[in-house]
Design a protein around this ligand. Structure first.
Ligand code: BGC
Length: 660
């Protein structure tokens, strides 16, 4: 009875709050309540359920954070969860399983160059978030890939601002079309993980606007994200969360952003300064912050006005959430449908880097000898907040059928079950138990295992694995191959080529790696990034030609790390000077003689295309080969990307006109 009455009371309050406009709600709030509203509900939900009283709404265990409910006025709590590759919540909620789909990671999806696909994946993410009671999905991550070594590049899209902005806008539109808010992050210049809480990114104004702020501006203009997440780092000597210039002058005045600014998940900071700067909601929030704020604003009329501005922004978000909750569909998420989408999205995003003598595609009944630890334990995603608790993952070894090398398979299985030190740490060490564990190190191979496997095979496939994550940048050595990986490539290619057999290398990596020293050993190289839970299936789709690869690189693959000027100033924990200015990624090559291993926009196909410019500026794309495929057109201005479009699936001989 008590519960029923409580429910009815909450319903009445909720409808009262719904009816009231934001201004009258602000005047009805006490100072204490205002402070509660702008400081989130606290830490704790990362590893366990966090008990916060909700008004008419249940908690979501494993969500990253919540806002406080003010039950007296029917203001509900807003639930926020990560992240960019899938909804990160506990896989068990209130006695029921609550798995989320692990989609391909950001850098993988982005390689599709397909805004429509981003939107489609966004819709699925939004639907799953809604189904599990999440109001704000902390996605997409959209910092520029300034250096290949940034540990969170796997969550990000590109080294190019236009590409990043347009793809992020597609993702936001998708998520929000399902009544769930997006959070574009991390605003701004959070381009490394080393010293991420206190590092100062020093960037000149021109570079800042042209490279690092532009993607956010595009996403805001084209998709109106409900929230923007201010980053941990400092920008030109000032914490971004305390920068009135960034959060008010640029974001509000220049770009007319109307949504809510939330802080990245920070420990106690100078809360009053955050409020003054225009950081509306302090997440995840703690009691000390509330005390700071009460003290700071006591008997200070100016302060109270600023607090009211933040409260309004939070209430505007609450209102959007309330309205969306009424309209959005709930019920079980359509996991099977989303798994199929994850598979398709991954296959559409893979980048074919090399295909000598049309090695690929292979016939589906070809017998494959599978090498490389990650063939047996694929790296589906990254570690940290971008990790997803998926129900399963499909390894390449699960789908290569009754292929060759029983002995090899059992050796790899034994290796994968070995002690945890066989996994190379990625991201925060202490979080790995919960949030992903790193790629399996390579197993030293015996020549007889290789021979035995190839004896009953038609082709050799070797997977190289890498995982990266939040809280730690990649070491320089992560860019190069390990001794075991080199030995494996040399030994397998030697044995395979001696039998006139081909060797395909699958790059199951979270970031750019070195390829010059070994690529000639491979007949084909397929870059599959961290392809999500359906990885194995998607890789087979492309290897066998069920899907024709149409992905393109969204970042430069340098021959040496030193070829990118950012390498000189990367990974310092205190101050990072962006001395290369706008010479980021492919822009660094424009005025130089150097050439990259694989350049921005690179990607092969199983067919060929022609491009003809029409008098009106449109580009006529024609499939001139013998397999159906998709083609990306890039428009460049001063050798920098100004626009791009991807064709539909064109059958041989078919044409399509693409316009900027
Ligand atoms: C990350 C954010 C994430 C948040 C909540 C932070 O450590 O930087 O990207 O959304 O945690 O989990």
């Amino acid at each position: 009875m008590k519960r029923v009455l409580c429910g009815v009371f909450c319903l009445i309050c909720a409808s009262l709050a719904h009816a009231a406009d934001v201004d009258s709600l602000v005047s009805a709030l006490t100072h204490r309540e205002k402070v509660r509203l702008v400081i989130g509900g606290g830490w704790g939900s990362l590893f366990s359920g966090f008990n916060i009283p909700f008004c008419g709404k249940q908690q979501v265990p494993g969500a990253a954070g919540v806002t406080h409910a003010i039950e007296r006025l029917g203001i509900p709590s807003v639930v926020m969860a990560d992240g960019p590759a899938g909804v990160r919540i506990k896989p068990r909620q209130h006695g029921k399983t609550a798995y989320a789909t692990a989609f391909p990671v950001g850098c993988c999806l982005a390689s599709s160059w397909d805004v429509g696909l981003m939107e489609e994946v966004g819709c699925a993410l939004g639907e799953e978030a809604a189904a599990y009671g999440v109001d704000i999905l902390l996605s997409p991550g959209m910092n520029i890939m300034r250096s290949p070594l940034c540990g969170r590049n796997y969550e990000y899209y590109s080294e190019d601002p236009v590409l990043t902005g347009k793809l992020a806008a597609g993702m936001v539109r998708g998520i929000q079309s399902r009544g769930v808010g997006a959070s574009i992050k991390h605003f701004a210049c959070n381009n490394q993980e080393t010293g991420r809480m206190h590092n100062d990114s020093q960037v000149d104004s021109l570079t800042l606007f042209d490279i690092y702020l532009k993607p956010f501006e595009i996403a805001i203009r084209e998709s109106h994200p409900w929230t923007v997440m201010s980053s941990y780092n400092l920008l030109n000597g000032e914490r971004t969360q305390e920068s009135r210039w960034l959060l008010t002058d640029v974001l509000r005045r220049r770009w007319h952003y109307e949504g809510t600014v939330i802080s990245d998940w920070t420990f106690r900071r100078r809360t009053r300064r955050q409020i003054e700067a225009g950081n509306n909601l302090m997440m995840p929030g703690d009691a000390l912050q509330r005390m700071d704020l009460k003290r700071a604003f006591k008997e200070d009329a100016g302060g109270e006005n600023m607090l009211d501005t933040c409260v309004k922004r939070v209430l505007q978000l609450v209102k959007k959430v309330q309205k969306a909750r009424e309209e959005r569909s709930t019920g079980r998420p359509r996991l099977e449908e989303h798994a199929a989408l994850a598979r398709r999205a991954a296959a559409e995003s893979f980048v074919l880097l090399r295909n000598e003598g049309s090695t690929l595609p292979v016939s589906p009944d070809m017998r494959i000898a599978l090498f490389g630890a990650s063939s047996y334990d694929m790296v589906a995603g990254g570690t940290g907040s971008g990790h997803v608790n998926a129900a399963y993952k499909v390894n390449l070894s699960d789908v290569t059928g009754s292929s060759a090398g029983e002995r090899l398979k059992s050796e790899y299985r034994r290796w994968a079950k070995g002690n945890k030190h066989r996994y190379k740490a990625a991201g925060f060490g202490f979080m790995q138990k919960y949030l992903g564990r790193g790629a399996l190190r390579e197993m030293p191979l015996k020549q007889e295992w290789i021979r035995e496997a190839l004896d009953s095979a038609d082709i050799a496939v070797v997977t190289i694995g890498r995982q990266a994550g939040e809280g730690r940048d990649r070491e320089r050595s992560d860019f190069s191959l390990t001794v075991e990986e080199r030995d494996m490539l040399r030994a397998v290619s030697g044995e395979a080529h001696a039998r006139a057999m081909k060797m395909v290398v699958v790059l199951n990596v979270s970031g750019v790696i070195e390829t010059m020293s070994w690529r000639s050993l491979a007949d084909a190289i397929l870059l599959v990034w961290c392809p999500g839970q359906e990885g194995g299936n998607a890789v087979m789709d492309v290897l066998t030609g069920a899907v024709n690869p149409s992905g393109r690189l969204t970042m430069t693959w340098p021959m040496r790390l030193e070829d990118l000027p950012s390498t000189r100033n990367f990974g310092d924990g205190d101050v990072t000077r962006y001395e290369e200015r706008d010479s980021v990624g492919y822009r660094a090559y424009i005025a130089s003689e150097r050439i990259p291993a694989y350049g921005f926009g690179y990607g092969l196909s199983y067919t060929t295309f022609s491009e003809d410019t029409l008098p009106d500026g449109g580009i006529l794309v024609r499939n001139t080969g013998s397999t159906a495929g998709r083609h990306v057109v890039m428009w460049m201005n001063d050798r920098c990307l100004s626009s791009f479009r991807k064709s539909r699936l064109l059958r041989p001989g078919e044409e399509e006109v693409l316009r900027e």
